[in-house]
Design a protein around this ligand. Sequence first.
Ligand SMILES: O=P(O)(O)OC[C@H]1O[C@H](OP(=O)(O)OP(=O)(O)O)[C@H](O)[C@@H]1O
Ligand SMILES: O=c1cc[nH]c(=O)[nH]1
Ligand SMILES: [Mg+2]
Length: 212
Amino acid sequence: MRVHVADHPLIAHKLTYLRDKRTDSPTFRRLAEELMTLLAYEATRDVRVEPFEIETPVAPTTGIKLSNPKPLIVPILRAGLGMLEGMVRLLPSAEVGFLGMQRNEETLEAITYANRLPDDLSGRQVYVLDPMLATGGSMIDAIRFLLERGADDITAVTLLAAPEGIAAMETALADAGVPVQLVTGSIDERLNEVGYIVPGLGDAGDRLYGVV
Ligand SMILES: O=P(O)(O)OC[C@H]1O[C@H](OP(=O)(O)OP(=O)(O)O)[C@H](O)[C@@H]1O
Ligand SMILES: O=c1cc[nH]c(=O)[nH]1
Ligand SMILES: [Mg+2]
């Protein structure tokens, strides 16, 4: 699995304010969206394109355009929703599917409570958005779900990742048979005893949308 850490100073700056416990929800939402736009630039480096003939006012030339089928963006609810606008801004012609997942805070196992995705993803490039890769359970289940439907190139985009989650993804998806990438804003130190990323930013969903 290719792991890319987008270590740009603007990303580090925005992540610092995102992590700060004094940052309120409206600011957190704005920063998550801005961070996604910056990460999207890295995440889409291998987006599929094809030649496209045009004429400028001066001369004919061959450019490129996004290939069909267009990529599919899949935010993992709830927290992944906070990254969606930032991604769609860069890829306005992409389709969007949804996966609702919740981690049981005792067992740390993820359950899937909702999905709205095309049945057939063959030939599709898919971008899965979730700010937090902690144990990796949620992201691994999401990617397996997409693989079962035929997705043939998957990029997970996270704001933070724990080394434990990356290792779990590498093991669980070693036999995926298709390219799987991870693009993240930071690899943090570790998970704590209750499965939270350290230093992390707390519960991303709660910080975006409140404790429900
Ligand atoms: O790597 P894992 O150990 O699976 O943990 C990460 C998951 O936990 C959080 O979601 P949560 O279950 O809190 O749901 P929420 O987005 O609705 O808050 C986060 O957004 C990830 O989906
Ligand atoms: O640190 C963590 C771990 C899982 N989910 C979160 O929102 N934060
Ligand atoms: Mg949460």
